[in-house]
Design a binder for this molecule. Structure first.
Ligand code: GLC
Length: 447
């Protein structure tokens, strides 16, 4: 082979290799097909996360067993006492809907290993506690009846199963390899993996159409667990086979495959911009709590106020994402009064301003957000929404909007907002009296 030829060949391989690596896929769905499959969810934008389990009894974080290094024997009292007599998922569904949420994801099993559903592979389940009910079955029926989509969170981690090997995230964690080896003697992780797959099969077979599965979580590396441990590829294949169309989160540790997840899940964090993966804007959903805990936490006081929650929602949509906002029901089975209040306040705003959320996304780049505002955009109606985080006095200048605005009005009452063009800008004349909504929204009908 001529030398130049050889160099050219090597060069082209070097150039193609990274793109090939980027496009590693497990299936053959196209971007368009995926967008279609996710459409209900990207249209919905807002869902409810529900963290509920035995940890509602100690009421000091869903990781309490871990944080306090409790043994399974010490934790047993919560299993014996679990009796949520006020559980009424119809009420939950009504509250979610009233707040403007379009779907809900509930913990079918959290890290503690306790199952809210009736699984034939374990005794550690709600049907064996004083409440004696398959709580998931009632949940699914109630939420569907309200027209909400239904998702299951399922913890890959299990601090109760005897064959789940003790690792660095476990309540009984230790420090040296020798100690781990000793503790894990006789445990057969293969059996746990089988258990996990069996339970997921039950969840995706026994409850009708499931719209989302939310696996949680992987921590590969030393004394950790990742895709090999869970059998993630097989699990994902089974998931998609049992529930075609289902959406899957990104915590199976299959991030090297473009379709190893449908969406990413920045947790309790504010993203700077629309997250990108594989060189493109990727579907994303941020999960957030009202306060600092997912499970019911009686003494936690860092609750976000209504404005913070609304900003969270609007800002998420302004960057093309979804918000999954968490409620941690109490051990009696209802929502804490602070969660109720927060949901009501969000609902009040959503009742008149939701068109700036549903079906909306990031605004086209040519529209810059004026100071103290957030923009969202509905690509179908081509309407632009300006959210006023600090209500301005009298005037609002839209920089560079000249020639772009046909009509302006408040979203909550369709009342006209007069404007004029000056230089490159559009200047809106706002009433001095702030509309009676925490964050007023201006709807711009564009040329
Ligand atoms: C976490 C935590 C957890 C919570 C979840 C929600 O990784 O382990 O308790 O369920 O994320 O995103």
């Amino acid at each position: 082979m001529k030398k130049n030829y050889f160099i050219a060949l090597v060069m082209s391989i070097l150039m193609i290799a990274p793109t090939m690596a980027q496009n590693k896929k497990l299936g053959n769905e196209t971007d368009e097909q995926k967008a279609k499959r996710l459409e209900w969810w990207t249209d919905a934008r807002f869902g409810m996360f529900i963290h509920w389990g035995l940890y509602a009894l100690p009421a000091r974080h869903e990781w309490v067993k871990n944080n306090e290094r409790m043994t399974t024997e010490q934790y047993e009292k919560y299993f014996e006492l679990f009796n949520p007599d006020l559980y009424n998922p119809k009420e939950w569904a009504r509250k979610a809907k009233q707040a403007g949420m379009k779907y809900a994801v509930i913990t079918s099993k959290h890290h503690e290993g306790f199952c809210l559903f009736d699984s034939k592979y374990t005794d550690y389940k709600a049907t064996n506690t004083p409440i004696k009910k398959d709580l998931i079955k009632e949940f699914v029926e109630a939420f569907r009846a309200e027209g909400l989509k239904v998702g299951f969170y399922y913890s890959l981690i299990d601090w109760h199963h005897p064959d789940f090997t003790i690792d660095r995230c476990h309540p009984q964690r230790v420090s040296t390899k020798e100690e781990y080896d000793k503790l894990n003697e006789g445990k057969d992780f293969k059996k746990y993996r089988e258990y996990l797959h069996n339970q997921v099969r039950e969840l995706l077979t026994n409850y009708g159409k499931i719209d989302i599965i939310w696996y949680d979580f992987s921590y590969p590396g030393e004394n950790g667990k990742g895709n090999e441990d869970w059998g993630s590829k097989e699990l994902l294949a089974m998931t998609r086979k049992l529930q075609p169309g289902i959406m899957v989160d990104n915590r199976l540790d299959l991030g090297e495959y473009e379709d190893g997840q449908d969406f990413t899940t920045p947790e309790q964090e504010k993203v700077e911009k629309w997250p990108e993966l594989f060189g493109k804007k990727f579907a994303w959903e941020t999960c957030q709590t009202f306060s600092g805990s997912w499970g019911y936490h009686r003494d936690e006081t860092s609750w976000k106020d209504t404005k913070q929650l609304l900003v969270l929602l609007i800002e998420t949509v302004s960057k093309g994402g979804n918000l999954l906002l968490n409620v941690g029901p109490t051990a009696r089975g209802d929502f804490d009064y602070r969660a109720d209040e927060a949901l009501e306040n969000i609902g009040k705003w959503m009742s008149h301003n939701s068109p700036s959320i549903y079906f909306c996304t990031e605004a086209p780049e040519e529209y810059k957000a004026p100071e103290s505002t957030l923009l969202t955009y509905n690509p179908k109606t081509k309407r632009l929404y300006v959210h006023l985080l600090d209500y301005p006095l009298g005037k609002l200048r839209l920089p560079g909007y000249k020639g772009k605005v046909k009509y302006a009005q408040f979203l909550h009452d369709n009342s006209e907002i007069r404007f004029r063009e000056s230089g490159d800008n559009v200047e809106l004349s706002l009433p001095v009296l702030k509309p009676n909504y925490e964050i007023p929204v201006i709807e711009l009908i564009l040329n």
